[in-house]
Design a protein around this ligand. Structure first.
Ligand code: HEC
Ligand code: HEC
Ligand code: HEC
Ligand code: HEC
Length: 447
């Protein structure tokens, strides 16, 4: 008599556990990941997306399009149906590759683990972390290869579906409806120009397929998933792709300032830095100061690998992203700095420290301990505890900063940069001379 009961119970139990296993899948990232990702998010993302993820960080004002407000839960780059949140893997891909054509850089220079933690925190800000992983649209695979017939068919569908109204006859983004379009924040939005071949969500055929099948939530780009089916979708992909005109690599302008601006526009430097015209974000230092103070060789090295220099300004929350600048672009920036500061593009002239009088250097050291060590560390020579550090570690200063510039800086930093956090009230010119001798002698003697 007990036997059927046991079987019955077992059945119930096993249905229960299958129901659990087959139930809505959880996100592969959890609360602990988000906790660990918060500090990384603050350092890497909050300049644009804001501390609370509302898209209103200090760099936002100078970006177009604006950084996404995660709390609105609208995402453009998804493998899910219109109106659904993105897959965790969609977000991971966006953070890894960046969003071409916008200020959002690629974060491939961070480790994959760090990117996962950051994405967990983004999901938390969007209040999506505790929700189940959404369902993806069926994987389209790689689709058929483009053929003339398929492209011709795509052209027909492009006309029939009204893509033209926005994207224009030849895909330049100049259709009759284009000028009046707005995003969900009521900001004017540009329709994608297909001739450029640069896509926010990637330019592989599968990426384009997903964009018009799922739509780009938060923008006027609708979803055509219910209107175009089967091979017609690939026909449309290949037609859109065929509109790309071979990219003419426009050489940088000959004028140094114009060339610098061209590079800075491409990488949205203005979103974080004030440029020579006095306009820009204050996430990183002002280029009007930077261009006069830094060795241009140091600048070149820094731009190729900004993270190799460690954190430069301890008081800043943010770090400079590795933007992957090409050699000619790095050159253009260095030459631009030389041009706007009216300097020659040549290495710094280093002072001869062997000529510094010993009593001046000793006086300089004493002054340093009294007036500088509260904010600057001098590596292990005269240490300042990390939590108290405000200014840069001065140990490598000789190869980074112009000696004469530094003396006028120490005398009156606010005169050079009214926003500076450095103050040494009442310091006299001969004290400046001594302290500079001590710092430079130490820096030149290091390694
Ligand atoms: C320099 C500014 C900037 C920084 C730094 C930045 N972003 Fe963005 N991000 C943007 C902009 C601008 C957009 C909107 C692009 C658009 O709408 O086409 C965006 C959009 C996004 C989106 C939305 C993608 C979608 O599907 O709609 C995500 C997710 C995102 N960013 C994550 C991050 C994360 C995570 C970080 C830090 C690791 C980061 N961003 C750093 C500027 C930035
Ligand atoms: C109502 C206007 C409108 C119509 C109709 C429209 N689009 Fe778009 N489309 C846009 C806008 C606006 C964008 C840019 C969105 C953005 O940057 O966030 C866009 C972007 C795109 C992108 C770029 C995706 C990326 O990753 O950058 C593709 C591809 C695209 N549309 C394909 C199509 C196709 C194919 C059709 C017709 C089946 C179509 N669109 C119809 C407005 C429209
Ligand atoms: C997302 C914001 C952001 C963007 C975009 C950005 N920077 Fe920066 N940059 C910073 C921050 C923050 C620092 C300070 C880093 C530190 O303290 O470690 C910095 C530092 C620098 C420095 C060193 C300045 C010094 O005084 O040591 C240079 C040079 C520089 N950036 C150039 C550029 C150029 C050129 C571009 C565009 C090609 C650019 N940055 C784009 C945030 C940014
Ligand atoms: C109240 C804190 C504070 C004190 C005191 C201070 N500094 Fe600074 N210093 C800074 C900050 C902060 C910066 C970075 C510029 C900025 O963000 O305003 C800086 C920048 C510098 C720089 C440029 C370094 C670089 O790599 O960019 C030099 C050189 C310098 N200080 C020397 C001195 C000397 C010498 C003294 C003592 C006479 C001194 N500072 C005292 C805060 C301070």
């Amino acid at each position: 008599m007990t036997r059927p009961l046991t079987i019955g119970l077992l059945l119930v139990l096993s249905t229960c556990s299958t129901a659990l296993a087959d139930g809505p899948a959880r996100r592969p990232l959890g609360e602990n990941d988000a906790k660990a990702g918060k500090a990384l998010y603050m350092r890497e993302c909050s300049a644009c997306h804001g501390e609370r993820g509302n898209g209103k960080g200090p760099a936002a004002e100078f970006t177009d399009p604006r950084p996404r407000d995660f709390t609105k839960r609208l995402f453009k780059i998804r493998s899910t149906e219109s109106g659904k949140p993105p897959l965790t893997s969609d977000l991971l891909k966006t953070v890894e590759l960046g969003i071409p054509g916008s200020a959002m850089p690629s974060f491939s220079f961070l480790s994959e683990d760090d990117r996962k933690l950051i994405v967990a925190y983004v999901l938390k800000l969007a209040d999506l972390l505790d929700e189940p992983e959404p369902e993806a649209i069926p994987d389209p695979g790689d689709g058929p290869a483009p053929t003339a017939a398929l492209i011709a068919r795509g052209k027909e569908i492009y006309g029939k579906m009204g893509c033209k109204a926005c994207h224009g006859d030849s895909g330049r983004g100049d259709g009759p409806a284009a000028p009046n379009l707005q995003d969900d924040e009521e900001r004017p939005i540009k329709v994608r120009d297909f001739t450029g071949g640069i896509y926010r969500g990637g330019s592989a055929p599968k990426d384009l397929y997903k964009r018009f099948v799922t739509g780009m939530d938060g923008s006027p780009m609708p979803s055509f998933g219910g209107l175009v089916a089967g091979e017609d979708r690939w026909a449309l992909v290949h037609f859109v792709n065929s509109l790309k005109t071979t990219p003419v690599t426009t050489p940088l302008p000959a004028d140094a300032i114009a060339a610098g601006h061209a590079v800075m526009t491409k990488y949205s430097c203005r979103s974080c830095h004030v440029l020579d015209d006095g306009k820009g974000g204050e996430v990183g230092p002002d280029f009007r100061v930077v261009s006069r103070k830094l060795d241009l060789g140091w600048v070149r090295k820094f731009l190729k690998d900004p993270r190799a220099a460690g954190k430069i300004y301890p008081w800043r929350v943010w770090r400079m992203p590795n933007l992957g600048l090409k050699d000619d672009e790095v050159e253009a920036i260095a030459k631009y700095f030389a041009a706007i500061s009216k300097r020659e593009d040549k290495p710094l002239t280093l002072p001869d420290a062997s000529k510094f009088a010993a009593d001046r250097v000793t006086a300089g050291m004493n002054l340093y301990v009294l007036r500088c060590a509260e904010c600057h560390t001098l590596s292990k020579v005269i240490e300042c505890p990390p939590i108290k550090q405000q200014g840069p570690d001065l140990i490598n200063v000789a190869h980074r900063i112009d000696f004469d510039w530094a003396k006028s800086w120490i005398l009156d930093p606010k005169k050079i940069d009214p926003k500076s956090r450095m103050t040494v009230p009442g310091i006299k010119p001969d004290e400046v001379e001594s302290v500079a001798m001590f710092v430079w002698k130490t820096s030149l003697g290091a390694k």
